[in-house]
Design a protein around this ligand. Sequence first.
Ligand SMILES: CC(C)(COP(=O)(O)OP(=O)(O)OC[C@H]1O[C@@H](n2cnc3c(N)ncnc32)[C@H](O)[C@@H]1OP(=O)(O)O)[C@@H](O)C(=O)NCCC(=O)NCCS
Length: 180
Amino acid sequence: MRPMNAAFEIALPTKDDLPGIGELYRAVAGVEGGLARTRDEITDDYIRHNFAASRDRGVEFLATIGGEIVGEIHAYRPTPRVFAHVLSDLTVAVHPDHQGLGIGRALFARLLATVEHEALGVTRIELIARESNQRAIRLYESLGFRIEGRFEGRIRGVTGSLEADIPMAWIRGRRGVGHP
Ligand SMILES: CC(C)(COP(=O)(O)OP(=O)(O)OC[C@H]1O[C@@H](n2cnc3c(N)ncnc32)[C@H](O)[C@@H]1OP(=O)(O)O)[C@@H](O)C(=O)NCCC(=O)NCCS
């Protein structure tokens, strides 16, 4: 069994956390094959936009260890009202030094618990993962997300060739893995 790190905490972000979230994302983007954005594409605007959109029409959580931000997850509703029940644009990132310790799973658990227990009216959460990120895809499947198709040749891979992007969704109340 992999070790569990009991020392991390899950928290709601404030504006003061924006620089720390930016640092986290730049560290995570420094390792190719996970996030779609490269390090130089993690701009302050991008981090601010995620914070504002998640605050106004979605959710965002941080994982911290001793006050340092080591993980983040966010997702938010598309603006057209016909998508008011959907959380989209989900991104999750755990610092490379702290991956494999249960932090990503804990961030998802908090997000899913919020959707299950708070009256947000969300019935669908969607995300996209590159096909080679099997570790992430397995994690999402174990949480109840299902693969909904295959966007062939959508994303450039680490070697420069194109690979498939895999759309996945979690549906509220759907039974199966992650919904005992
Ligand atoms: C994907 C990511 C968010 C997962 O977070 P994490 O904290 O590393 O994952 P966890 O420790 O919570 O583990 C969750 C699952 O991932 C898999 N996993 C974790 N560490 C692993 C490792 N070292 N080797 C293989 N699988 C591993 C396991 O399936 C694990 O399931 P388990 O809890 O049943 O053992 C994180 O690794 C990350 O930020 N990666 C880079 C960015 C990225 O890929 N983001 C997602 C883009 S779609």
